[in-house]
Design a protein around this ligand. Sequence first.
Ligand code: HEM
Length: 441
Amino acid sequence: MSELLTRIETQQGRRLTPMETFDITAARETRLSRLLMVFITTGLVFMVFPGTFLGVWNLLAISSRRAPGSVSAAWVQAHGHAQIFGWIGTFILGIGFYSIPKLRRLNWFALSAAWTSWVFWTAGVAMRWLTGVYEWQWRIWLPVSAVLELTAFLIFFRSVSGHRPADSRKKTLDAWVFVVIAGSVGLMLTLVVNLGAAFFLAFRGASPEFPAAFDQRFLVLETWGFLVPFVWGFSAKWLPVFLGLRPVRDRVLLGAVAVNTAGVIAALAGWITAAVWLLAGAIMAAIYALRLFEQPERPAKVKGVHTSFPVFIRSAYAWAVIAAALGVWAAVAPDSQGIWGASRHALTVGFLAMMVFGIGQRLLPAFAGMRLLFSTKLMFAAMFLLTAGCFLRVGSEILAYQAFLRSAWTWLPVSAITEMTAVTIFAVNLIATFSRRRQAA
Ligand code: HEM
């Protein structure tokens, strides 16, 4: 920012008045906040309608027929893609663009690149969902959607690759930056594999859905290979501040990323037993590195959020451990579809969605032009209902799908409605926050 002010001062041949400096700073923040809010709102729309509503619809159909494989795989995959890429992916791109110094200097080219990336990404993800659900001209639109998504990411990658440490005296990047880079590489690989699979299906496939065996491996790549390292990176950056934790054990965290990567590679190679143990080891190492369950150094910063925020953040990591443990069980149990499903849900909803709920409602109001969160009570309601829904779903999916307890089929719709209520409250709280007046100039 100071570079921009110096440049303007040089052009004008005089020092800027405090009022002029203020106007320039305010213009910069307004443009960046607008960009961020558009990305976040887009993510929320994907989360609620193509993501959650379709997920609920699928689950109601499965539980009424009491048969896990009774809904179209294309619909299940359309739901998963909307949640992973449409919701969380769009959030990550928006926060990434918001944090780039080039944009902070009001570089016109960088700003237009961010908007172009948003157009390509939104069109690509929306097209993918429509293709999965309606299958209209899917041989054309499936590869086109994959090309659009990858192009949007490459624009993002080019913009962020010039990122330098905020403190120019620092010679090396912080550990959390390497972890986020690992997540970005995971995202790029996911999109490249998605593109290859889309072209393969367009020429050789009978429908737009990924074959089951390939889809299971692809799921490991998009969750453990892309989203999990991103969340660890954000955790290493923000949780010591928000929860008052002791400094992160950087080397252990980087080791956790390496073990996690080995787990993802093992899963892609089909070595499932090795993969589940490596992923379980990686999450335990990450928790040790982040010192989440150790005595904090300072009190948590809960101003502006609900005071239960630290409990829910820790519960998210507990869900990640449950997800990994269920993965280990599923790998040894025969016919373990319900246990795999429960493991995936514990990870996507219990861990990933809960972390987005927590960190999102803590950070985004400030990023969106120094606003205050609309309601801390709604924040609590969303996180509480998400936990209750996830608990019901993970439990009943194992009991019902594995035929341990027939009555568990009737709990599944309750879990779906509970989680749908949670995500709707989260979306309402953020949209209401964005509609509020800014707090400070
Ligand atoms: C209201 C909440 C949700 C409901 C009712 C729901 C429902 C479902 C259902 C019924 C399936 C099919 C597999 C199975 O029977 O377990 C599924 C799969 C999946 N869900 Fe969800 N889900 C919800 C939330 C989420 C969230 C928040 C995410 C991600 C952040 C997510 C990601 C996925 C993924 C990746 C799959 C696998 C897709 C595939 O097989 O390719 N879901 N979900």
